[in-house]
Design a protein around this ligand. Sequence first.
Ligand code: NAP
Length: 297
Amino acid sequence: MPTVLLPVPLPDFLRDPLAAAYTCVSQPEDEVRGIVVPGGYTMKEELIASLPKLEIISVFGVGYDGVPLAPCRARGIHVTNTPDVLTDDVADIASALVLMTSRSLGKAERFTRAGTWPGNVFPLAHALRGKTAGILGLGRIGKAIAQRLAAHGMKIAYHGRQPQDVPFQYCGSLIELAQASDFLIAACPGGPNTKHLINAEVLAALGTKGTVINISRGSVIDEAALIHALQNNIIRGAGLDVFENEPHVPAELLACENTVVFPHIGSATHETRRAMAQLVVDNLAAHFSGQPLLTAV
Ligand code: NAP
């Protein structure tokens, strides 16, 4: 049985099939040939360097920004992720954040629960119809978000490194996208190439009409600049599923009434997490039986 390192706890529905097929260890040792980590896990280069027999790293998530790819490529270590199976759930959460921020749904729910309704009228909110959703990173998830928001009557614009053959407005710069958007939605990967793409200048371009939605990675937004923009009404609001220093959410963000915050639940459904787990198991099985990988990075 090959030895597989599980450096952090995994759900039973992933750990059990791995334990049945491999010798699973929680600490590095020379015999380790595979590693399984969750999407948000940051793997140190030293860990890879310390494992002479390492052949494959299987990420339980689509985002692999926590895995240092260069040393893996240099040593021919395979990396796999879990694309597609989580796309719909993450897009649903992005749509939920757009609805919650535009219609003040979090506030409305708190208002009702607190017994404030009798004698008071809940303030009017903002319609989605006719507004523009600007998507940063029109990939699998970005396209699924576009489909959902178009169904709400929204116009779709996007920015990526190149235009695509899609019926949406392409903006050649993120500033241009922010200016055009009522909702600026981050759906690109994390990592050094996208770090703080949404900064003070982009937030100023989004302006008081605009709301930032982030379901990508916390690193994509300069969180200090976002807090400043929310506190000073430079933008209208924010809907966030991901943060720079998870699971810690800055107290200043929690104090912002115009912000909706989720604990990184984009793919957190029974159905999707099981499908992701199956993909991890299938990728490892393919590798250790000499078959082509299903979803190599
Ligand atoms: P994908 O299909 O690879 O799409 C990523 C998109 O980002 C591509 O269209 C790419 O377009 C664009 N992009 C890449 N680098 C860019 C850059 N420097 N500037 C602008 N755009 C850039 O990936 P996906 O499956 O949609 O997943 C996207 C991300 O969502 C993941 O990497 C992950 O971090 C995040 N995610 C979050 C959750 C959650 O729970 N919140 C769950 C799953 C995934 P171009 O190549 O044209 O630039």
